[in-house]
Design a protein around this ligand. Structure first.
Ligand SMILES: C[S@@+](CC[C@H](N)C(=O)[O-])C[C@H]1O[C@@H](n2cnc3c(N)ncnc32)[C@H](O)[C@@H]1O
Length: 286
């Protein structure tokens, strides 16, 4: 990968961070930012005569909210220990349950360091304490630190990354992408980028309402989409009424018989006026 542009580190400030913004303000700002992102994507997808005026208004409001940087700052606060901690703890707990990070059990039995690609990294040091057995490469669309590579996951070099990673983390990233097809593309790319010659895993985290209250996505639908792309579910964690859902998927070489066709268009899976419209579409391209 190309060397990273030097960025002013934010870790010192972040690690000392005491949230001074209320959890309610954080949540509301993140939610509004997502609504604007979605509207922007919708307008760009189907332009009309009023599109450019509305796009200007949206950009102005995003700027008023502080833009991507402020959004990330709010997400860091959401991630802070005072608010329940980041999702890395759940991934590490699961990897340990799968036998990673254990002391060697005899000569020649040592497990090598595993390579983790953390997509959407707000801090460079989320996994530092486990660096003896877990080597993390953090990337983000907008890097907040020199050790986070500024890189769009969707534009990663295919040849360089094919079969390269033991684990890929997409924690609260799919819901950030505003186009449903980009979300499916991220899952299919993860399948291509994970190792083919030894067990490899995709860690997925989403706000729970994306599956629990969406018109177009249910937990079962997500499982069949993942099966069609070539993943099997290994671990799952969420609780009714909770905020976030976590899944660990193991890469398979074969796919469920159903091909991508069933996932190209949105289908209403739940009726009701209070549903959200979160959807993941997959065009079948691997
Ligand atoms: C809500 S934050 C999630 C941060 C953290 N992973 C967590 O679990 O709290 C979403 C981050 O994903 C990044 N992101 C979204 N799409 C991306 C892409 N295609 N490539 C790289 N980063 C992306 C955004 O820039 C943003 O910083």
């Amino acid at each position: 990968m190309a060397p990273n542009k030097r960025k002013k580190p934010v870790t010192t400030a972040s690690s000392k961070h005491k949230p001074t913004v209320s959890a309610d303000v954080t949540r509301k700002t993140i939610r509004r930012y997502h609504v604007l992102l979605k509207e922007k994507a919708r307008l760009l997808n189907a332009p009309s005569s009023s599109t450019s005026t509305r796009l200007d208004e949206i950009d102005k409001e995003m700027k008023l909210l502080g833009g991507l940087e402020a959004y990330q700052e709010m997400s860091v606060l959401g991630q802070s220990k005072e608010r329940g901690g980041g999702s890395e703890k759940v991934l590490v707990e699961w990897l340990k349950e799968l036998g990673y990070g254990k002391p060697p059990v005899g000569k020649g039995k040592e497990r090598g360091v595993i390579n983790l690609l953390e997509v959407g990294a707000l801090r460079p040091d989320n996994y530092t304490q486990w660096s003896k057995w877990l080597h993390c490469v953090p990337i983000d669309l907008h890097s907040r630190h020199p050790d986070i590579k500024e890189q769009d996951f969707l534009l990663l070099d295919r040849t360089e990354n094919e079969g390269r990673w033991d684990v890929i983390s997409l924690s609260l990233v799919l819901n950030f992408a505003s186009m449903p097809l980009d979300r499916g593309r991220m899952l299919a790319l993860s399948h291509a980028f994970l190792r083919h010659d030894s067990p490899s895993y995709l860690y997925l985290v989403l706000p729970l309402p994306c599956v629990a209250n969406s018109r177009f996505t249910t937990s079962d639908h997500l499982k069949s989409l993942m099966g069609a792309i070539g993943f099997e579910l290994v671990k799952e964690r969420w609780r009714p009424g909770g905020k976030v859902a976590y899944w660990l998927w193991k890469r398979k070489d074969h796919y469920d018989s159903r091909d991508g066709d069933g996932f190209k268009k949105k289908k209403v899976l739940r009726e009701g006026a209070t549903r959200n419209n979160f959807a993941i579409l997959w065009d079948g391209v691997r």
